[in-house]
Design a binder for this molecule. Sequence first.
Ligand SMILES: Nc1ncnc2c1ncn2[C@@H]1O[C@H](COP(=O)(O)OP(=O)(O)OP(=O)(O)O)[C@@H](O)[C@H]1O
Ligand SMILES: [Mg+2]
Length: 318
Amino acid sequence: MAKLASLPVRPTQVGPYVIEDLLGRGTHAVVYRGVHEALARPSAVKVLAPAIAADADFVQRFHHEAHLAARLVHQNIVTVFDTGVTDGLHWLGMELVDGTVVEDLVRAHGKFDVGSSLRIVRDVAKALHHGASRGILHRDVKASNVLLCRVTGESKLADFGLATEVQPRGTRNDDGSEIGIGLGTPKYVSPESALGRPDVDVRSDIYSLGILLFELLTGVVPLRGNNKGETVLRHLRENVPLPGTLVPSLLPDIDAVVAHMTARPPKYRYPDAVALVADLELLISGQPPRRALAIAKEMARRKSARMQAPGRRRATDR
Ligand SMILES: Nc1ncnc2c1ncn2[C@@H]1O[C@H](COP(=O)(O)OP(=O)(O)OP(=O)(O)O)[C@@H](O)[C@H]1O
Ligand SMILES: [Mg+2]
């Protein structure tokens, strides 16, 4: 497991916030429960770890991305309030979510039931749509960035645009270039993001969300390697397995949605989060996911055409 961030001493005040308790720690930052003193508003305060704060590029991106994320106001997105630097501590104030991180729930209880899995992923897809419609990608969709609200049962996506850099050094593509310099977390990284392609779009977030859906339905993340580099390579080279292969009780309709979300070439994925939400709503209401099934049928048709004309396939594949 990655080393978690820490601060030498727990701060008592960070910018406008009075710090109360520790909420959690990530690899780059420590998150506290605090109160905005002037507004008396309970908040979550993220403080960058000193080792990370020494990286000027990271710090610049942290503040820049916080400004972008602060534009997003949506019920399925953790709202960013403000950001700043006080006594050398780089901080970000955000909405305090009364709930649990989905990653902790999977760790404690294993897989979710199908209905809950679909509702969580539907909520995150709505959040992605809101961001994408304002030109902001998430770039780090994963179980530890989704919070399930205790009272409403809704999910909220945290850390919009606050992507972390992946650098499994020494792992190279066939052409010798280094892989994994894109943004995201290896377990959830889309192939195009792993390659560091500059033109990634919301379909990359949809891929990561497909990995999360697989994880919720089965209790495990697919395509794990022995280290970060190996995991990234598997996302580049292998298809995501169908969750039904691990949990046979899952309907083929669900497999079709996961397959469509996680197709390796982005052009075979849902084109946007709206199309994904539509299929998820259908599944939630017990109906077949129209788009995923149509794509699955088309793929099967192409595969059978290729099987019937192997000679032609070699010629056209070049
Ligand atoms: N807005 C929030 N409200 C309540 N708790 C939060 C909030 N944001 C973060 N947390 C808690 O803080 C923990 C650490 O969050 P953080 O974003 O720093 O790390 P992470 O997403 O787990 O991983 P990474 O290492 O990639 O940053 C979360 O797991 C969660 O328990
Ligand atoms: Mg996070």
